[in-house]
Design a protein around this ligand. Structure first.
Ligand SMILES: C[S@@+](CC[C@H](N)C(=O)[O-])C[C@H]1O[C@@H](n2cnc3c(N)ncnc32)[C@H](O)[C@@H]1O
Length: 224
């Protein structure tokens, strides 16, 4: 049996900023795992629970909601516990959503959890889908009616209270067609061409020559 895990980005708080992909995942799944900072597993303070409840109300469906205690102490054993709750839920259901605020790619615990899930149940990891969402800062930019980057500006996202060495992920956009990518330097590159469009291609390295304007590179922070 192919168990399905969806890691669903919820956006910054407004249910209207959920994606259709997220709503479809809620429709398709058999249970939704929702993180809570409350040790008694209640959802009184959970923003995620509020968004999920609103979404289920809009969809007119009811799904079992499973609390996942997430104290946000950055402790490995807490992530193992969270991953175990998700895997346990998948034992009772064919498909399960786990939710995270904003976009899953920005300071979310889901990649700690996915690393653990990959070790414990590789098949679940391989079959898992991460659903992108609206980040808090793209919503903030829209609320303020102010662009995050214009012309030749760049955007910097920084942790205000880093716990150690700060490593950098670079997102490189707006290439010139035909350009040689040597100048972009070395690192853990991925190349994304025409994402979700015709001839979409994701290459887990840096392509040598740019063929399409709709190309972006990510040089991921070096992680051990
Ligand atoms: C753990 S990070 C999660 C970021 C999230 N994944 C995203 O894509 O924006 C939490 C931080 O995101 C920012 N944040 C998230 N949602 C927000 C909101 N609705 N309003 C203001 N800041 C928000 C705050 O800086 C908060 O401390």
């Amino acid at each position: 049996m192919n168990k399905k895990l969806y890691m669903v980005s919820l956006g910054p708080g407004d249910v209207e900023l959920l994606t259709l992909k997220a709503l479809n995942a809620f429709k398709k799944c058999d249970a939704i795992c929702v993180p809570t900072k409350s040790a008694d597993n209640s959802f009184t303070k959970s923003i995620s629970y509020k968004i999920v409840s609103n979404a289920l109300h809009i969809l007119g469906v009811n799904k079992p909601i499973v609390p996942v205690y997430s104290p946000m102490h950055f402790l490995y054993e807490d992530w193992v516990h969270e991953a175990d709750v998700i895997l346990e839920t998948l034992q009772h259901h064919e498909s399960v959503c786990f939710v995270t605020l904003g976009d899953a790619g920005i300071y979310s615990s889901i990649y700690y959890l996915l690393d653990i899930i990959k070790e414990k149940q590789k098949k679940v990891y391989d079959n898992c889908e991460v659903i992108a969402g609206v980040t808090s800062f793209s919503a903030a930019s829209a609320e303020a009616k102010k662009a995050l980057c214009l012309g030749d500006e760049e955007l910097v996202i920084k942790p205000i209270n880093p716990r150690g060495e700060v490593k950098t992920t670079q997102i490189l956009m707006r290439p010139k067609i035909g350009m040689d990518t040597k100048s972009l330097g070395k690192g853990d590159f991925y190349t994304f061409e025409n994402m979700y469009l015709k001839d979409a291609k994701i290459t887990p390295s840096k392509i040598q020559k740019v063929k399409k304007y709709m190309t972006l590179f990510i040089n991921f922070a070096k992680r051990s």
